[in-house]
Design a protein around this ligand. Structure first.
Ligand code: ZN
Length: 217
């Protein structure tokens, strides 16, 4: 079984990826991590990517896909089940992923899309606070501390991520939706897209994902 997981920043995609990977023994392929590793290990693709990035340009679809090919090839002997995270991001990548699946005899992936209303995402992202001392995480709207600005665990001061202001957050979400809409449209037309309401608890969302997998795969 192969999955593609979609979700905007603040949708809980990272947490759900970890859970689903463990529960169904999938190999997690995150293109962001993969790119950093390829660059660090100076693979052929990593060297090409570094050149492009140093010129201030975006890594092409072909190069991203080539990088995935490098990752899948040595793993394919031991597994046929992957979770793709952050890929495909563009319409050409949709076709390239389909080709990779043919090439490596992988089943075509189901696409799960975590939907959370924009206003909830804004609160989740802008309300995040982290303890400067023990790194405990809070949210002023959803998981406040007993005393404002003070960590429940160690009484340390709470800090805010600099980029978690409403304006930057709205822009990040706008870019995300602009990029993902055409990709989701294609998967919708192919009948492999499952959009779920991801506003509930982590457990609730995990159950919804499991139900889709078990009913369809
Ligand atoms: Zn603390």
């Amino acid at each position: 079984m192969n999955l593609v997981l979609f979700g905007p920043p603040g949708s809980g995609k990272g947490t759900q990826s970890e859970r689903v990977v463990k529960q169904y023994s999938l190999t997690h392929i995150s293109t962001g991590d993969a790119l950093r590793t390829a660059i660090r290990n100076k693979t052929a693709v990593g060297l090409k990517a570094r050149e492009v990035i140093e010129r201030g340009e975006l890594v092409s679809d072909e190069l991203v896909t080539e990088m995935l090919r490098e990752i899948i090839r040595p793993l394919r002997d031991t597994t046929d089940s992957f979770l793709f995270d952050g890929y495909p991001r563009t319409t050409p990548q949709v076709e390239q992923l389909a080709n990779l699946c043919e090439e490596f005899s992988l089943s075509h992936p189901a696409v799960i899309n975590l939907h959370v209303p924009e206003e909830t995402l804004i609160l989740r992202l802008t309300g995040r606070r982290i303890c400067a001392d023990c790194k405990a995480t809070y949210n002023i709207y959803f998981k406040p501390t007993r005393q404002a600005g003070v960590c429940d665990e160690c009484s340390g001061p709470l800090t805010k991520r600099v980029d978690d202001n409403p304006e930057t957050t709205r822009e990040r979400l706008r870019v995300y939706h602009e990029q993902s809409a055409p990709v989701l449209r294609i998967y919708g037309e192919q009948g492999v897209l499952y959009t779920i309401d991801a506003t509930g608890s982590t457990d609730d969302v995990a159950k919804k994902i499991s139900r889709i997998i078990e009913e369809n795969y």
